[in-house]
Design a protein around this ligand. Structure first.
Ligand code: ZN
Length: 122
């Protein structure tokens, strides 16, 4: 199993509730993580998605695909930097583009989500 090393922010229970409510409002159901630029926000607790487990590996593969997508919106010179930095530099364009598509397709049919599920082998 390929190890994925990316910046992961773990949430305390109060923030976990806030993120779950926001995700529910967006119609994405009970999501386990969210990628914002070059950081993966792990919403699920370590008890629900155990670090190093196949579940977490799939989760990180999914979120890494979102980082790649975000990095694709970064300026050309961002190629000098690692993926998480490129994803952060692309985020100001990626996030509005993601939301614009999401308005038309919803979450499940979003092409970026389909690509992320594919990347995670789902
Ligand atoms: Zn996703």
């Amino acid at each position: 199993m390929e190890e994925i090393r990316l910046p992961i922010l773990k949430l305390c229970p109060a923030f976990r509730r806030i993120f779950r409510s926001a995700a529910a409002a967006l119609g994405s159901g009970d999501i386990a993580a969210m990628t914002i630029g070059g950081v993966i926000v792990k919403i699920a607790s370590d008890a629900d998605v155990v670090p190093g487990s196949p579940d977490e590996h799939r989760l990180l593969a999914h979120e890494r695909e979102h980082m790649r997508q975000s990095a694709g919106y970064a300026p050309w010179w961002a190629r000098l930097f690692p993926l998480s930095i490129r994803a952060t530099l692309g985020a100001p364009k990626y996030i509005p583009a993601y939301v614009d598509i999401w308005r038309r397709t919803g979450y499940a049919a979003h092409p970026y989500e389909i690509a992320a599920r594919y990347a995670a082998g789902e």
